[in-house]
Ligand binder design. Structure first.
Ligand code: ASP
Length: 344
């Protein structure tokens, strides 16, 4: 292949919405209309094909079924394209990019998510620049002909962020995403500056893509807060439908020191539940050796989630639990850096 070929996958989101005059609400519109809004794409030297999901959705409606369809589509079309751009709503984009990072194995081509804060048909839209640069990044190759970004990533407002490191931080600013615990993979100005040393490289450029679409969603997220009651905490941690709980703790992984709290943690641990400690702080890591309550949680079997985001920890759990019914194996794998999602 000489000229890059890109598959543009449209799932929905604000980028492709317009005002429905009757309902007075933003609704998705069809893909051709998006392309008409970006005539600049006709200057792209390669080929751009598109695939539109049906129905188009606001990303608040994203469910793991969409990730499975995305993984299958990418697998299906893998040999036909040099890169993939996924147009997706911003609200759950960090969940989807995290999930795809675990579901796609042996990736040698870029899978770049993007979207916008303002619909592409509006005058001040951020959608055009996001889309055009995402296409350029998905097509970018090094002198050996290898993809410069063979990763799942989010491109948004000049920043290229590893997909499983991204967090949506603003519902208003164009700069909607941050990468709190990992440097940017690239920044776009006059040129796109790639931080090539920070971008993951495949072990084998000629490996074929495999996908993991079996997910187990029996996870809940408990954000600790002053005033949490033992009853509510027990219901979340020890519920019969719960296989794993992400505990969003304070600071460096801290939690209440009271016996009631640790007793429930021990009770859940004794039931074989998988408990993972991530911090509520935007930046920094869990360190369960620092304070007495962190040590007590570690002794009770709580797994260190390090500096992983809640979004990527959730996706990692879905993926690992889908792979195995052995909770001890899942706990062990959680502490490993699988796709660049934690710093170890
Ligand atoms: N609600 C929209 C969505 O996530 C927001 C956006 O795309 O920015 O689909």
């Amino acid at each position: 292949m000489n000229k890059a070929s890109i598959l543009l996958i449209y799932t929905g989101g604000t980028i492709g919405m317009k005002m429905d005059p009757i309902e007075q609400a933003l609704k998705p519109f069809d893909f051709e209309a998006i392309i008409d809004e970006v005539p600049e794409l006709s200057k792209f030297a390669g080929r751009i094909d598109s695939y539109t999901f049906d129905p188009l959705i606001d990303s608040s409606d994203v469910e793991p079924g969409l990730w499975q369809r995305l993984a299958e589509l990418i697998k299906d079309k893998y040999d036909d394209y040099d890169g993939f751009v996924i147009l997706h709503g911003t609200d759950t984009m960090a969940y989807s990019s995290s999930a795809l990072s675990f579901m796609l194995d042996g990736l040698t081509k870029p899978v770049i998510f993007t979207g916008s804060q303002l619909p592409i048909g509006t005058l001040r839209t951020d959608g055009k620049e996001n889309l055009i640069s995402a296409v350029e990044i998905a097509a970018a190759k090094d002198p050996e002909g290898h993809a410069i970004v063979p990763e799942v990533a989010i491109y948004f407002d000049s920043k290229l962020i590893r997909g499983n490191r991204a967090v949506k931080v603003s519902s208003e600013h164009f700069s909607a995403f941050q990468s709190p615990n990992y440097p940017l993979l690239a920044e776009a100005g006059i040129n796109i500056r790639y931080n090539t040393d920070l971008i993951r490289r495949p072990l084998d450029w000629y490996s074929s893509l495999s996908i993991n679409t079996k997910l187990d969603m029996r996870v809940s997220i408990l954000k600790l807060h002053p005033g949490m009651t033992p009853q509510v905490m027990r219901a979340v941690l020890c519920g019969p439908e719960t296989r794993a709980v992400i505990m969003e703790t304070y600071g460096a992984g801290n939690a209440p020191t009271g016996d009631w709290f640790l007793n429930i943690v021990r009770e859940a641990g004794g039931m074989g539940k998988i408990l993972v400690n991530v911090t509520q702080c935007l930046t920094g890591s869990v360190d369960m050796d620092l304070y007495a309550n962190g040590k007590a949680m570690a002794r009770a079997g709580v797994v260190n989630g390090y500096d992983g985001t809640t979004e990527s920890t959730l996706a990692k759990l879905f993926f690992l639990m889908g792979k195995s019914s052995d909770n001890e194996w899942v706990k062990e794998m959680l502490t490993k850096n699988l796709k660049g999602e934690i710093t170890k």
